[in-house]
Design a binder for this molecule. Sequence first.
Ligand SMILES: Nc1ncnc2c1ncn2[C@@H]1O[C@H](COP(=O)(O)OP(=O)(O)OP(=O)(O)O)[C@@H](O)[C@H]1O
Ligand SMILES: [Mg+2]
Length: 255
Amino acid sequence: MNAHTPSDRAPILAVHNISKQFGGIRAVNNVSFEVRKGEILGLIGPNGSGKSTLFNCILGQLKPTTGHCEINGKSTDGVRPADLSLMGVGRTFQQLSVFPKMTVLDNVILAGQEHEGTMLSRLFGKPDAGLTGKAEQLIEFFRLTPYRDTEAGSLSYGQQKLVDAAMAFMAGPGIVLLDEPAGGVNLTMLANLKERLQTYNREHGTTFVVIEHNMEFVMSLCTRIIVLAQGEIIAEGSPEEIRSNQMVIDAYLGG
Ligand SMILES: Nc1ncnc2c1ncn2[C@@H]1O[C@H](COP(=O)(O)OP(=O)(O)OP(=O)(O)O)[C@@H](O)[C@H]1O
Ligand SMILES: [Mg+2]
């Protein structure tokens, strides 16, 4: 078994009828789903199908046109993105969010301070806030210890993606949403990232929702997959079910 057995309790994340309209574009159209504790849920779909927009609606970066979300049964309405970490939510962005001129250690510490004030107060406030030990543990977990004191910007792209991942775990979240963690990452780093995420899931019971285009990565990492096309869920199931679903093959996987 790669993952914790999902429990029967309230879903850790419930998404209710989320829609997001940008002018004439309906980027996300009435999407609802639930995620159970311990699941590794994959979210796949063609470019522009609304995956990142859906994440940003769930995470408060965007206000959905309709719908709402709950974390452990609590509504996230009006919760600021930075405060979601207090509700046990971590995330990575599709674009790297490391500060290139800061060391790996300082980047990870800074991520842990996210809920403690504004970006400016984080940059110019107290440098550690007691987070060094925790940051070092995560750096070691993601096998970045040799780069602890290296400027993040001088690492390879794949290593920076690992720093990004480590940053998402600083608040000790129950659920982490990762937007294309494997995008542009070489095969060795990819295998490393997948194995680390699976180990974290197994050891801590942490739930993941992962957007990714790399099918080998998604199919071997995820316990369940949701497929979006043109802002709507067109399929949901196990990796095996998704691989053989004709609608998914037509919309995304290709002949
Ligand atoms: N801020 C925005 N303003 C206007 N349109 C937007 C905005 N963000 C996204 N869109 C549009 O919404 C649709 C969904 O985009 P989104 O980025 O969510 O897709 P995606 O599934 O994440 O794609 P990719 O796999 O390429 O990352 C696209 O048509 C996109 O052009
Ligand atoms: Mg995207």
